[in-house]
Design a protein around this ligand. Structure first.
Ligand code: HEC
Ligand code: HEC
Length: 251
């Protein structure tokens, strides 16, 4: 007599837990994504489930803690610097859904870093000749100077001219601080997406171009799961869960 009673109790508890978590899931989907960090119950629920999804789908590239990997061009997710958007839950959710250069039609239309060791197509359908190794060296001195590091002043002055004439400013902005709307990184800060920030790694980026890709997940993770993993990613740079203003800028 005891056994059936006990298992009936378990079934009830299990059912209650399931009803509770599907109610939370429904609230999560209805919520304004940027209000979730201010709601302790929703935040904890989404972060826990999102952590498991992150482990399964993202950790292979982003590591379990969202750490950067400069060899593979993986940006840190655990710092308040964002290449794309502002770092709000809704912006992160947008990236996870449609990816970065993933060719998903609803993805952001992001720029691609050209390979300047090869000729570049110009607006008039002709080709602009490649930059010489000397030109690229001058550009690197200019970027070093902008980063406040020791540089060859004469070369940096030539590089500054080239930055405007070779069209770098078109994507990275005239002040070289980048444009997160098109995914062009800030070239004046200490954060580098590719390599260790050495002259060699900058030469590699400029000469051979870069085209980092983050897959789109909208066809593989359901809407609740995408929101959960977005909240988890948000929490990596906001360990206290406070809905503080996201730092603008890029890395
Ligand atoms: C058409 C837009 C475009 C132009 C023009 C352009 N870039 Fe870029 N650049 C990008 C994008 C986008 C990235 C980031 C690529 C990625 O995320 O994979 C980038 C990345 C870089 C990086 C690597 C930054 C890092 O954090 O590792 C350097 C260095 C760089 N660009 C320098 C230059 C220089 C110098 C010029 C001019 C000779 C130039 N870029 C012209 C779009 C552009
Ligand atoms: C195949 C490797 C790979 C996988 C898997 C992957 N990513 Fe990415 N992700 C990248 C790369 C590479 C970039 C940087 C792209 C660039 O700018 O060049 C990136 C960028 C991002 C960014 C933007 C960071 C910023 O600074 O703006 C977010 C957010 C992100 N990924 C989240 C995720 C999440 C969440 C998952 C799992 C659902 C995931 N990624 C799975 C490779 C991956």
């Amino acid at each position: 007599m005891r056994i059936p009673l006990l298992s009936a109790a378990w079934v009830c508890i299990l059912a209650a837990v399931m009803v509770h978590s599907s109610a939370l899931e429904a609230r999560l989907l209805r919520a304004d994504p940027n209000a979730i960090p201010g709601n302790a119950a929703l935040l904890a629920f989404a972060r826990d489930r999102g952590g498991a999804l992150f482990e399964a789908h993202c950790a292979a590239c982003h590591g379990t803690g969202g750490q950067a990997d400069a060899v593979r061009g993986i940006p840190a997710l655990s710092d308040p610097q964002w290449l794309y958007g502002t770092g709000s839950v809704s912006d992160i959710e947008q990236i996870i859904k449609y990816g970065i250069r993933s060719h998903h039609p609803r993805g952001w239309n992001l720029a691609i870093m050209p390979a300047y060791a090869s000729a570049q197509p110009s607006a008039r359908d002709s080709k602009i000749p490649p930059l010489s190794p000397g030109n690229i060296g001058d550009l690197v001195e200019y970027l070093f100077q902008r980063q406040g590091r020791a540089a060859d002043d004469a070369a940096a002055a030539r590089g500054g001219e080239l930055f405007l004439h070779a069209g770098c400013y078109d994507c990275h902005a005239v002040d070289a601080k980048g444009d997160s709307a098109i995914g062009a990184p800030d070239l004046t800060d200490a954060v580098t997406l590719y390599g260790d920030g050495s002259r060699e790694s900058l030469v590699m980026s400029i000469a051979y171009g870069r085209q980092g890709m983050c897959p789109d997940w909208v066809r593989r993770i359901n809407a609740a799961g995408i929101r959960e993993v977005a909240v988890f990613v948000y929490s990596l740079s906001h360990p206290q869960g406070q809905a503080g203003a996201a730092a603008p800028g890029s890395g």
